[in-house]
Design a protein around this ligand. Structure first.
Ligand code: FES
Length: 411
């Protein structure tokens, strides 16, 4: 039913006006008011993901000529007094003509303050990406070493071992070397892959981005990989919130709505791209100087980000697609940084103990401690770790969005 509604029908279009935002949108008949709001970028609570269960997508429509009559779910969830006063559920109300919709405060998804600061500990800077300046001898009739071997030999003299290079970069290599007059800066990933070869000024810097994809919020740190300095921190709501506030609603949407997974993946990637753009602007650097992006998130967010179906996470025995870390080229995901930059997604532990929790353990260092420690990550999904250098056990529980500052009236 909902899939059909998402597709709309071809019997005509209607204008839906959302108040108090004053946003107007033209949609096909057959979409729900919640669908129309999502298209218009108007945030309406939809805790159950639009399945007519939670009753949180309340809206008020005084003139209902352009709407379907109240559904059984609305009659069940709304009192007759509320129905009489014009209250409807946005996920149940189908657009059949022009309509003006008022979104009451309790149904609005509004911007929250997001805490992105904290303590950090000292560690040795050892980034996956580094740059090496090399000056190559020009080929001659007495030295006909091919371009890549010439580069490889120069890197070998600097102590590097076997090295590979992306096909596209190999195609461009002859032009780059000659235009740079054989004086180049080589960007290496893990000292095992050449990911960029550039004119050898070495002045443009090497940067990385670290991204935390939370169920409710996204946080990005832009870091200078040569100095370890954090240049900018940007944050935003997770735009997938309009498809449900809890993990299960997102999983259901990704798994059972036509095109749902691709839609949720696109939303989070677009949001990350806009955080990258903002961070680069603030730091005054070009986004194509970002050569490494590290991503964490709970297992459902991790799967959706990578375009893996999270369907099996919602049912026992809650099996993930992959536990180990994943490395993907930025251009494969549409992340707008240097196109051959590596996107490194940390490993997860289980269906509901994700890569974000692994990052917690790494960042706090409890895995190195002789003392027994307890680590609690409070989020929409919360994880607890207990242990020390010998062993660590973990568990998780849904904690709801209140710990992320959602729907708090006081405090
Ligand atoms: S009833 Fe839950 S989103 Fe409409």
């Amino acid at each position: 039913m909902h899939t059909l509604a998402m597709m709309g029908n071809s019997f005509g279009k209607a204008t839906v006006c959302f108040e108090p935002q004053g946003k107007k949108i033209e949609v096909e008949h057959g979409l729900t008011l919640l669908d129309a709001a999502r298209i218009a970028g108007v945030g309406i609570r939809s805790d159950c993901g639009g399945r007519g269960i939670c009753g949180k997508c309340l809206v008020v429509v005084k003139d209902q000529k352009g709407l379907s009559p109240p559904s059984d779910n609305e009659v069940r969830l709304l009192s007759s007094a509320r129905l009489k006063a014009g209250y409807r559920l946005a996920c149940q109300s189908v657009v059949e003509g022009d309509v003006t919709v008022f979104i009451p405060p309790e149904s609005r998804l509004e911007a929250r303050r997001i805490l992105a600061e904290g303590l950090s500990r000292w560690f040795e800077l050892d980034p996956a990406v580094r740059s090496v300046r090399v000056v190559l001898a020009k080929p001659s009739l007495l030295d006909t070493t091919p371009d890549f071997e010439r580069l490889f030999n120069a890197l070998k003299e600097r102590g590097l071992g076997e090295i590979k290079i992306e096909h596209e970069l190999m195609q461009r290599l002859p032009t780059i070397l000659r235009e740079a007059n054989w004086n180049v800066e080589v960007i290496l990933w893990m000292d095992e892959e050449v990911i960029a070869v550039e004119r050898g000024s070495g002045e443009r810097g090497v940067y990385g981005a670290a991204v935390d994809i939370g169920t409710s919020k996204l946080v990005l740190h832009l870091v200078d990989l040569r100095s370890g300095e954090t240049l900018s921190v940007k944050m935003a709501e997770n735009p997938q919130l309009v498809y449900g506030e809890d993990i299960i609603s997102r999983i259901n949407y990704a798994a059972f709505e036509e095109g749902g997974l691709a839609r949720l993946q696109r939303l989070v990637i677009e949001a990350i791209n806009s955080l990258i753009e903002d961070a680069c602007r603030e730091a005054g650097i070009e986004r194509d100087r970002i050569y490494e992006v590290t991503v964490v998130g709970n297992t459902a967010m991790h799967h959706i980000f990578l375009g893996y179906s999270p369907k099996q996470l919602a049912v026992a025995p809650y099996v993930a697609v992959v536990r180990r870390s994943v490395s993907v080229k930025a251009r494969q995901l549409g992340i707008k940084v240097y196109e051959l930059a590596n996107v490194f997604v940390l490993p997860n532990i289980a269906g509901f103990v994700g890569a974000d929790a692994v990052a917690d353990v790494l960042a706090t260092g409890i895995y190195e401690s002789d003392n027994m420690s307890i680590l609690i990550d409070v989020g929409t999904n919360s994880e607890v770790f207990v242990g020390n250098r010998e062993d660590i056990v973990s568990c998780s529980t849904p904690a709801g969005p209140a710990f992320e500052g959602m729907h708090l009236e006081h405090g």
